[in-house]
Design a binder for this molecule. Structure first.
Ligand code: F6R
Length: 605
């Protein structure tokens, strides 16, 4: 899940373009960064005729190392790393050279057969300088060059030897071109009038162009000042259709907020409106999904997803069950280990990025076993969108903060529309009306939340527990995940009824319990009962509530949400919990947009 950028055709600005691109990709990994420039003679860095500079740590360290340094190459590649092989050190940072420094290679993914190739190359006298799997590739290229191949042939030959997942790119001394290839890791080309880019994700070059070409598995590309060309593994040209991305570069800036996460939390009224546009009518009594007009109602549904998206999947499964359709959510990483019977299931992968390796592999497994598959994703052209039989876009726009916020809200909204449109649900009128009102309900929470002062009150807490029932159970799990991700404090989410079956032993006056109780139904009533159990152990209670269950009587603090349907109250409640986590992390001065050890897009299993 590293970030890759490449650039051709900006001879005087290549380094600046690479660094700018890396700054937009840092969310994909940030334990080291590096660049390699070529096309002109090398001037700095390690002994090399391709200029390479790389540093452990955040991009700032690389910027510092480059201060005052001239790297005049006319083509280049850059990398921001989330380590899988070898600790995050200068020497393990990408790009990696061959023995002579004529080639530089960077890579996102995992080379599964690297050890056998490395042993072979070491036996042949190659000098390895890193612990990475990637480093076998420049040495394989070197061998092919020595055997008389030209750079393009050598790149192709080296890539054909490796097994595993990769978005990989290389530059060569005295060659004005960048070569790249993709297998199970995202790679997109950017096309401008006289410059070409490659990247793991569009924001890396969105400031320069909106025309993109999504590469598919098994494809190679060559970018040079004359143009771009995509070929298949055997070198045959592949016709690719350029797409125009619809969001503008401003959407990837912070717009005056201190952090992307806060900006993204505040974008939710707009992004929810976007998600629901054309899908829920103005009167709030109809939903439609044109893209699924011909899709037969599913007889049963399995969801696969990870992390936040798994919480959305748990919620989605409940929506389908409530409509009378058997549905279950699975952790994608467990799905292949112990595959459930596939039957007539529609298998739905919920994945913001559309590139999460565990989710993709679960979807592939389902597809291999004959299931029809559907991706609920944010990223047009992502692997999940392209590989599944159907795709439902959540339309949340680019999310830069590593912790998911607006995309979770849009996943829940999109799943509501999906469940309503593909099933005949009895209670649909109230649910559809609530969906229509959801953007303004979220705005009301953003306008009035007391989360900052509540966060301050409990900033020294030992741990935070989140509880909820029904639709509020996945919200409790998500609230705890947000809290632990960005504050680094212990936080757990529980089904409210489970608390007394063990976790209650952990509850003290230093463990605030955040309870979500909305509506006046059975779930809220029983949650109130669970809160009394907590209160009796002197734990502070923070209630997220619309005031209909009477829970305020037992709460030390209230984070209010507007009265609405329990399904949409799950979204407004999760916004309160996003704000609570954000303000806690801000008061602890944490690295909110780039929490330690995490990366936005997890492309390894
Ligand atoms: C948490 C978070 C992760 C992702 C998970 C799946 O804030 O963002 O837990 O939800 O890595 O990612 P996607 O949705 O891209 O498949």
């Amino acid at each position: 899940m590293c970030g890759i950028i490449g650039c051709v055709g900006r001879p005087d600005e290549t380094l600046g373009v690479l660094i700018h691109g890396l700054s937009k990709l840092e969310y994909r990994g940030y334990d080291s960064a590096g660049v390699a420039l070529a096309g002109t003679e090398g001037t700095v860095g390690i002994e090399s005729t391709v200029d390479i500079e790389k540093r452990a740590g955040k991009l700032e360290n690389l910027r510092g190392a480059l201060d005052g340094v001239s790297m005049p190459g006319s083509v280049g590649i850059g990398h921001t790393r989330w380590s899988t092989h070898g600790p995050p050190t200068d020497r393990n940072a990408h790009p990696h050279p061959d023995c002579e420094g004529n080639v530089a290679v960077l890579h996102n993914g995992i080379i599964e057969n690297f050890q056998e190739i490395r042993d072979e190359l070491v036996a042949d006298g190659h000098d390895f300088r890193s612990d990475t799997d990637t480093e076998v590739v420049p040495h394989l290229i070197e061998e092919a060059l020595q055997d008389g191949a030209n750079p393009e042939e050598a790149f192709r030959e080296a890539v054909s030897r490796i097994e595993g997942s990769y978005a990989i790119a290389a530059v060569f001394a005295d060659t004005e071109a960048v070569f790249c290839a993709r297998q199970d890791s995202p790679l997109v080309l950017g096309l401008d009038a006289d410059a070409y880019y490659l990247a793991s994700d569009v924001p890396a070059f969105r400031d320069y162009t909106d025309r993109v070409v999504y590469m598919d598995d098994g494809e190679f590309a060559r970018l040079d000042p004359e143009g771009w060309a995509v070929t298949d593994a055997s070198g045959e040209p592949v016709e690719k259709e350029p797409h125009v991305v619809e969001w503008d570069a401003e959407e990837t800036g912070k717009s005056g907020y201190d952090h992307y996460m806060m900006k993204e939390i505040h974008e939710q009224p707009r992004t929810l409106r976007e998600c629901l546009r054309g899908r829920v009518d103005e009167l709030g009594d109809q939903v439609q999904l044109e893209e699924f007009a011909g899709l037969a109602p599913p007889s049963s549904v399995q969801f696969v997803a990870c992390g936040t998206s798994y919480h959305a999947a748990l919620y989605g499964a409940q929506l389908f069950r409530e409509a009378g359709v058997p549905a279950q959510a699975f952790l994608a990483s467990e799905y292949r280990t112990s595959p459930p019977p596939i039957g007539n299931n529609l298998v739905i992968g919920v994945t913001q990025s559309g590139e999460t390796a565990d989710t993709l592999s679960a979807l592939r497994e389902a597809s291999r076993r004959g299931a029809s598959t559907l991706a609920v994703t944010n990223v047009i052209g992502s692997s999940a969108a392209r590989e599944c039989d159907h795709a439902l876009y959540i339309r949340a726009g680019p999310e830069i903060g590593v912790a998911a916020s607006k995309t979770f809200a849009s996943q829940l909204a999109a799943l509501n529309v999906l469940a309503l449109a593909t099933t005949r649900s009895a209670d649909s009128r109230a649910a559809i009306g609530a969906l229509r009102d959801l953007p303004s309900d979220v705005q009301a929470v953003l306008d009035e939340s007391a989360s900052e002062s509540v966060a301050r009150e409990y900033i020294d807490a030992d741990a935070y527990f989140f509880i909820g029932r029904g639709y509020q159970y996945p919200v409790a799990l998500e609230g705890a995940l947000k809290m632990k991700e960005i504050t680094y404090k212990h936080a757990e989410g529980f089904a409210a009824g489970e608390l007394k079956h063990g976790p209650l032993a952990l509850v003290t006056e230093r463990t605030p319990v955040i309870a979500i109780a909305v509506g006046d139904g059975d779930a809220a009533g029983k949650t109130v009962g669970n809160i009394k159990e907590v209160e009796a152990r002197n734990a502070p209670v923070i209630a997220v509530t619309d005031g209909r269950s009477g829970v305020e009587r037992y709460a030390d603090h209230v984070l209010p949400v507007p009265e609405s349907h329990p399904r949409t109250a799950a979204v407004t409640a999760s916004v309160q919990l996003q704000l609570l986590a954000y303000h806690s992390a801000a008061q602890l001065d944490r690295s909110i947009d780039k929490p330690r050890n995490l990366a936005k897009s997890v492309t390894v299993e």
